[in-house]
Design a protein around this ligand. Structure first.
Ligand code: 13P
Length: 398
């Protein structure tokens, strides 16, 4: 592994005695003191991934002004549920037809900078035989890949879960890079009604950090996604408290695993009240809580914050994003929505070839609304009733 040009360890400034306050006794701990010094290897020297420069470039491209991510990485089981909602069978051909519709929407790249794919789609062609990855790249959209293997019960916890997928991740990631993927996604969840227990938070944070390090080693920008589920009756202050704990731990382990912060993207939940809380929050309140959380926990070296929609309605997700972009932020604050980009589009299509064009227009409408929201210029005018319907599902799996 070559060391990258970006972050070469700099020769250290070693204090000599004259730097000390006069008269102060210079005491040294008997244990070894680690210092940088020119030439000599230091225990603090960490070689960056040979992909460091490329990772930074990829992350910046995805976090480009007025654009965000189209999450279309539903596992086959979840995609089956989507197709069932419009009366279609969960066959490979139907999944291919739907995903062809999404990626071939004309002008999608004006609003979408990255698309997260499920493994099947990364290796798939459109119904006309063109590689989906190629179609994305032609539109200026970076292909990404879901690499986690889903949630399973966490033994020893309060009925919580952990995310599988580290075994074999390095070789899978290398193969995904060969296939054209340039970023990755790993979604783990934290449940507020179930605690969250210290064990579940630690497991989530550690898993994300190992995944992030492995992704960067193989040229993929990791999207770090500890989703704090909407489930629960708790108020917004409780969500804020849990989110602070979760992100503190995530960044602690990201740093411990020598992850290059300039080469990651985050996918947080917005700070909102629980889905069953009677007191609702306005977009301005959601923005104020969420931005306070980010300011307290996320270093400005991170290029992009790409929110998930988590069951909010299409309009709600766009309004909240818009509210967060009313003044400049140290990071690109944008979207990585699945449900909040696809819902009206899927319903408009209904599995009928004659509706493909209208469905693509519905997708472009949502994508352009969120593009405006990324720039803080969305007005919320002219939205359909369908787009205002919430999509929360208890214990949502992806
Ligand atoms: P939603 O925007 O539907 O919550 O999707 C979350 C996700 O992780 C998709 O990649």
């Amino acid at each position: 592994m070559a060391s990258a040009s970006l972050f070469k360890p700099s020769p250290a400034t070693v204090l000599d005695k004259s730097n000390w306050v006069k008269g102060q006794t210079l005491r040294q701990a008997p244990v070894s003191v680690v210092r940088f010094s020119a030439g000599a290897p230091s225990t603090l020297t960490v070689r960056a991934s040979s992909y460091a420069d490329e990772l930074v470039k990829t992350a910046k491209t995805v976090a480009s002004p007025g654009r965000g991510i189209l999450a279309m990485d539903e596992s086959n089981a979840t995609c089956g549920k989507r197709l069932a909602s419009i009366g279609l069978e969960n066959t490979e051909a139907n999944r291919q037809a739907y995903r062809t519709l999404l990626v071939s929407a004309p002008g999608l790249g004006n609003y979408i900078s990255g698309a997260i794919l499920f493994e099947e789609t990364l290796y798939q062609s459109t119904v006309d035989g063109k590689k989906i990855v190629d179609l994305l790249v032609e539109q200026g959209i970076v292909p990404g890949i879901k690499v986690d293997k889903g949630l399973v019960p966490l033994a020893g916890s309060n009925d919580e879960s952990w995310c599988q997928g580290l075994d074999g991740l390095a070789s899978r990631s290398a193969a995904y890079y060969q296939q054209g993927a340039r970023f990755a996604k790993w979604r783990t969840v934290v449940s507020i009604p179930n605690g969250p227990s210290a064990l579940a938070v630690k497991e989530a944070a550690w898993g994300l950090a190992r995944y992030a390090a492995i992704s960067q080693d193989n040229g993929l920008v990791p999207i770090v996604e500890p989703e704090i589920l909407l489930d629960g009756e708790h108020g917004i202050d409780k969500t804020f408290e849990v989110a602070q704990k979760v992100w503190a731990e995530v960044f602690f382990y990201l740093a411990e695993n020598n992850v290059l912060f300039e080469g990651i993207l985050l996918k947080p939940s917005m700070v909102t009240p629980g889905a069953d809380c009677k007191e609702r929050a306005t977009p301005e309140e959601v923005a104020s809580y969420t931005l306070s959380l980010l300011q307290r926990r996320i270093p400005p070296a991170v290029p992009g914050i790409m929110f998930l929609s988590g069951g909010q309605s299409e309009v709600e997700a766009t309004l909240n994003l818009n509210a967060m972009n009313q003044s400049p932020n140290p990071w690109h604050v944008s979207f990585s929505y699945a449900r909040a980009l696809q819902n009206t589009c899927l319903k408009t299509w209904g599995g009928r070839p004659e509706n493909v064009k209208a469905a693509q227009e519905a997708l472009l409408l949502r994508a352009s609304a969120n593009s405006l929201a990324q720039l803080g210029k969305y007005t919320g005018e002219g939205e359909s009733e369908e787009a205002k319907k919430g999509m929360f599902v208890k214990g949502y799996v992806y």
